[in-house]
Design a protein around this ligand. Sequence first.
Ligand code: HMG
Ligand code: MG
Length: 299
Amino acid sequence: DLPARVRIHEVGARDGLQNEKTVVPTEVKAEFIHRLAAAGLTTIEATSFVHPKWVPQLADAEDLFPRLGDLEGVALPVLVPNERGLDRAIALGARRIAVFGSATEAFAARNLNRSVDESLAMFEPVVARAKADKVHVRGYLSMCFGDPWEGPVPVHQVVRVAKALMDLGCDELSLGDTIGVATPGHVQDLLSELNEEGVHTNTIGVHFHDTYGQALANTLAALQHGVTTVDASAGGLGGCPYAKSATGNLATEDLVWMLHGLGIETGVDLDALTATSVWLAEQLGRPSPSRTVRALSHK
Ligand code: HMG
Ligand code: MG
């Protein structure tokens, strides 16, 4: 059975832009997010409160976030790796944060300068303080299927870190296929194992990158398993600066095309969203990699 409605967690402004070499002006980012909201997206990841040297593209978080204050009814989660990041986010009134762990040691070291368990220890006070303030917490888990340095990642290794993130008090989990190597059977195996270990499907979102063209097939497998939260990036922007061979996220337009075709509601106006990605591609000086954006904009 497929769900009647899917909640799209839009990551274009964060995961999409964080990999762009040229720094995008803050006003362009603000307009991008306003246009995403106008297209009907209701969860729009806005930026990251990480060290500015690690992700220079998002160094303007303090300038950008207040420009989004007029977006009523839109959840604007932000990435926060540690208490310093939480302080910065809370000072601006953020009500939703995301910590981001890794299933592998290689990526934890490169992305967070920590081991897996040291990263969990870093998140512990972040999640505890956020929960005490009734701030919603998402726990990302990267490298759930494969890792560019370690190769295939065993399901039990992913489940251990997933449970640890939920035990810290995260409200939801997002399973990241950071380098896009997952295939549908692997997705269903991981979801089944998580369920068996007590992590419920209604707290799980999926986060696919489209490196090998598998993102939509993987999404459908997750929907068939009961998942109703899907991460996607407008126009298929994206990648991760600390993950070798990570390319774009699943494009939101490709996702919406499939979901609407299946009769699943999203609340998204696909024409308005496509126009937004075409506009952003012009700002970036490069066409969108999304097949749906290309098809709809060349009609
Ligand atoms: P570190 O060098 O170990 O930091 O980096 P530290 O704790 O040793 O602190 C060093 C200095 O940085 C201190 O300053 C801190 O105050 C400062 P000093 O006292 O020396 O003057 N500092 C900060 N400044 C501003 N904001 C902060 C902050 N934290 C420390 N938040 C750290 C550790 C976690 C900070 C670093 O590794 C980092 O910023 N990493 C972020 C990497 C990142 O953003 N990656 C992309 C997101 S993950 C992703 O894309 C995957 C995902 O999409 C899912 C998927 O696809 O799998 C989510
Ligand atoms: Mg990602």
